[in-house]
Design a protein around this ligand. Structure first.
Ligand code: NAD
Ligand code: UDP
Length: 331
């Protein structure tokens, strides 16, 4: 029996593939390389010393899904594949709805056709919208402020509907906070195309001398130093959370949303200081206007992850920055 990892060549998928292989799981990866490259698959093989089946193609290609499900016994799906750039989703809503929602429907149809009843889904803290108080708790009302966020809200509802209609189905909706860091080996990590939207890859380009400074989006928030606060989580901790979710889903039916974060907030200036310490390089920055749509603070209540999945984050921000720098500064 195999675990199908959609988007397994991507940032979080590749780290999860390593955790699954190290744990003795058989995996099959499906990816169209729209935001990744074959090097990541080589990295997974080098780290684990194990091989796996790989299908290059789009999750909306039903004939390809038929091949994946007939050529392998797929027991469960860990579903990372999707587009994730918030700004781009505002410019290209139809592409985002088609890729993320239609793509997920194609996977779910294939799962129904071949009797596969476990899905671990990559949701996001973005589903808490901008009206809830921190820390974010799973029972809070969900909403979104952009098409990317809506794809996550809608897919969560779709999975709840599937579990309602099929009492044998298990879906764990993992709401990630801000993943950063990289595998300790320095062989896999985040490699965004173009100008990074997220802060860590941007800071790394400043550390590497590719950009001369970081723009800090606002220092007038109601936070200790005025800059935005986020719950950064090491991607390896996040990857371990998927194994815990899979083990949970094998024993429990129904849909369950679970936050994966550390529960601790770090400001932009604290993150800059941590990277400077970890990389021994100066990160010049300029305070600019707030980025439209940003909230002041975003961090998780992590008690459900501990209670339900028996999982909690192990790494702190210094570890995340050191591992991230090791990877990004050798690219
Ligand atoms: P990523 O872009 O590195 O990985 C996604 C992978 O999916 C890529 O390898 C891409 O090529 C592949 N893909 C996209 N569309 C596809 C399609 N139609 N068919 C086949 N493959 C396809 O992103 P990531 O950071 O690893 O994120 C993984 C998931 O986690 C995404 O669903 C993302 O929305 C979600 N998420 C990410 C973050 C974050 O900050 N990185 C936060 C919350 C949620
Ligand atoms: N941020 C920043 N400069 C950048 C990118 C991000 O100051 O170039 C800030 C942003 O305002 C937020 C934090 O860094 O407070 C994290 O932003 P990111 O885009 O990484 O994650 P998200 O906003 O999606 O949580």
């Amino acid at each position: 029996m195999s675990v199908l990892v959609t988007g397994g060549a991507g940032f979080i998928g590749s780290h999860t593939a390593v955790v699954l292989l190290d744990h003795g799981e058989d995996i099959v990866i499906l990816d169209n390389f729209s935001n990744s490259s074959p090097d990541m698959l080589d990295g997974i093989r080098r780290i684990t010393g194990k091989d796996f089946k790989f299908y290059e193609g789009d999750m909306r290609d039903k004939a390809l899904l038929d091949r994946v499900f007939t050529e392998n016994k797929i027991e469960s799906v860990i579903h990372f594949a999707g587009l994730k750039a918030v700004g781009e989703s505002v410019e290209k809503p139809l592409e985002y709805y088609d890729n993320n929602i239609n793509g997920t429907l194609c996977i779910l149809e294939a799962m129904r056709k071949y009797g596969c009843k476990i899905m671990i889904f990559s949701s996001s803290a973005t589903v808490y919208g901008n009206d809830n108080p921190v820390p974010f708790v799973e029972g809070m009302k969900t909403s979104a402020t952009n098409p990317y966020g809506w794809t996550k809200v809608f897919i969560e509802h779709i999975l709840e509907g599937v579990c309602e209609s099929d009492k044998e189905f298990s879906a764990v909706l993992l709401r990630y906070f801000n993943p950063i860091g990289a595998h300790k080996s320095g062989l896999i990590g985040e490699k965004p195309n173009g100008i990074p939207n997220n802060i860590m890859p941007y800071i790394m380009k400043v550390a590497a001398g590719e950009y001369d400074h970081l723009n800090v989006f606002g220092d007038d928030y109601d936070t200790p130093d005025g800059t935005g606060v986020r719950d950064y989580i090491h991607v390896v901790d996040l990857a371990n959370g998927h194994l815990s979710a899979l083990e949970y889903a094998r024993k429990n039916k129904g849909a369950e949303a679970v936050n994966l974060g550390t529960g601790k907030g770090t400001s932009v200036l604290e993150l800059v200081a941590a990277v400077e310490k970890a990389s021994d390089r100066k990160i010049p920055y300029v305070i600019t206007a707030r980025r439209p749509g940003d909230i002041a603070e975003c961090y998780a209540d992590v008690s459900k992850a501990k209670r339900v999945l028996n999982w909690q984050a192990q790494y702190d921000v210094d570890d995340m920055c050191a591992d991230n720098a090791r990877w990004a500064l050798k690219q």
